[in-house]
Design a binder for this molecule. Sequence first.
Ligand SMILES: [Zn+2]
Length: 300
Amino acid sequence: MNKLFFLILSCLFVFPNLAVAKLHVVTTLTDLAAITKEVAGDEATVESIAKGTQDPHYIEAKPSFMLKVNHADLLISIGLELEVGWLPSLVRGGRNPKIKQGELGFLEVGPLVNPLEVPTGSISRAEGDVHPDGNPHVTLDPIRAGEIAGIIADRLSALDASHEALFHGNAKKFQDRMKQKIVVWKERIAKSGVKKAISYHKTLTYFFDRFGIKNSAILEPKPGIPPTSAHVMDVIALMKQEKISLIMVENMFDPTVTNKIINDIPAARAVTVPVAVGGEEKIHSMDDLYESLVKAVEGK
Ligand SMILES: [Zn+2]
């Protein structure tokens, strides 16, 4: 009896996939991994390619990432060209037919959650715009994050029907929790009196939009183009004119660009903020991320 028990136990170690055929999900970003973990619970293994401290537009396509993609049952990305500079080569190098575009194992969530700033005219990369299909930083809105949870639940269910009720139940729990927390976050932001803010890149667009803060200017002259001193002077003039006193710099960018602004407008406040799960060590969940952004607005 004991021998049989040990035989089974060692098989579990050697062939874990035989014992539990869990889905393996790879996401491009940590936020997508966090949302997927909310939905999948213990019924999938989930890992992100990018770290929460990295600029998601520019990730180095390392061979170790190709290995990750090679083992995936499902690859979840934002799309909207956010990962266009690095994901296609990983998918090619990963040689995994399951996660090719058009397959069940390929999911882009950005286009499905009503993206903002979708250009209406023709746009050219010569303008330096890294958001040609609209703003891809959709996960910074708790409501859209909830919608993404629902979309992921649908896809996980298509791949593993035996846990459909669990996936949809977990997505609903996450959505309900976000809706409840938003009420309090909105109250706190209203109480802070902050109605306008500057950011470095258009990363916080969805957060600002959800919480009624106008993103009056960005420090980049255009998304993806580093700040120039002429543009920073324009921002300073605008801040004085519109009495804007908050600058939120996403922590993957150089915060020293705000030194000149603070010298000119001593009453202004520049804060460096994490903008993804894992963006700081203490940010383990979407809840933590939104909470830390609300605190930054409050000045806490
Ligand atoms: Zn961007």
